[in-house]
Write a protein that binds this ligand. Sequence first.
Ligand code: GDP
Ligand code: GDP
Length: 463
Amino acid sequence: EEGWTLEEDLPEEGTVSEPKQRLPMVAVIGRPNVGKSMIVNRLSESYRGGSIVHDLVGTTRDRTYRRAFWADKEFFVVDTGGLIFEDDPNQVFLKEIRQQALIALEEAAAVIFVTDGQQGVNPLDEQIAVFLRKECKVPVYLAVNKCESDNGEFMAAEFWTLGMGQPFAVSGIHGTGTGDLMDEVCFNLPKVVDPVEDTAINVSIIGKPNVGKSTLLNRLVQSDRAIVSNIPGTTRDSVDEMVENDGKLYRLIDTAGIRRKRGIEYGTEFFMINRAFNAIRRSDVSLLLVDGTEDMSDQDGKIAERVVDEGRGCVIICNKWDAIEDKDNSSWKKMNDYVRESLPQLTWAPIVVASALTGQRTANVFKEVDNAVEQHRRRVSTAVLNEVLYEAVSWHKPPATKAGRQGKIYYCTQVSVRPPTIAMFVNDPSLFRENYRRYMEGQFRKALGFAGTPIRVVWRGKS
Ligand code: GDP
Ligand code: GDP
């Protein structure tokens, strides 16, 4: 039907041309709350274009970096992450920001340093400026955000004191000024016509402290697999571990945070959660570790929820199986049931009961990751989806509202992968309540599996 053009570009199989060069990275750096993610969103939105796809922003994210273009330049925007820190920014914070920023800087072709014009120059901005002047070898562009008001230019001028050159008054919310800024940023960016796509599978190892993340990481890295340390362009994250298994390349994410944990006492739950969130954002699949010898807590739930929100694949590793005493025939099932019950967000994630310490069943992890990745990238034909839809509707019609209005579903189609996202085209989305939406999602899952990946169902009206 006309008017339902979907601009999500799912390439036809076999049409991908030989890649040549990496796209340049533009790193967005700044203290929390200055509007970095707002700016990143604005830049990467321009990549998608089109109104329907615009609605899907947030559901169709690129896995690690956001792709963007401006004028004739294509690039990735890298958000250095919403760092959360405590009231008195001490060494701990500085180390965190350094670590995050260094990763981004190492591979960046340009840096956008974002500050908050409404708050004025902040001591943390000054620290970041000092840091950038010292560590950064590529051009830095100073964006003074939240300058949508009439005296925006005036507010921005104050930031000359940072010594980072001309401040650009911008507003991530309104979009004012971002054009001039991007013209400037892009002027010096290399133009890449035929970009290399990074093929490594990004795997984050996440979970509460002490569940065995570093032990598992070491296990995965040390087994008789080649550790790939100098593939060009893959070593940029000194904190990530590249591992090859069965001919495929995996990037194990956030190992630095894990490794350095012993050296630096971060302490707060904030840091734990924040680090996990950053790792999740950068991954295709998360290995969510839980400790089989302990009760689960809402920290586990919080992390699980984030995996779902970010639309990442997931494999649950129930660790420390070796330490469970008096195991009998029912122990394994009991453990599985307990984990399922405790993580209702992840009913679709496979559970591997394992021991990172002894290596028991850790060999299964790569296989489970591969399955999850395959499902995460899976495309189902419109014909098959509509068969499922037809069945589902004939079992259970959309209920009419009290006012007698009847929801009608015309058809559905998959609009994106990572995670699989199905758009339902209906007369009026507001006629479909939460429980019917859940029913429909459940039917897709029941019919199509999608084990290891969340799926999304978005409801689109005619206007
Ligand atoms: P980040 O932590 O640097 O990624 O900051 P966010 O992008 O999450 O934004 C932090 C807050 O600033 C949010 O409440 C935004 O709504 C607000 N914000 C972001 N950009 C602008 C802007 O251009 N103008 C105004 N007034 N507020 C903004
Ligand atoms: P992290 O904080 O999640 O990185 O956890 P670590 O990998 O540092 O492990 C925390 C503690 O649990 C260490 O004492 C490990 O030796 C222990 N541990 C990790 N995995 C296992 C396991 O499979 N079985 C047992 N018994 N102990 C484990």
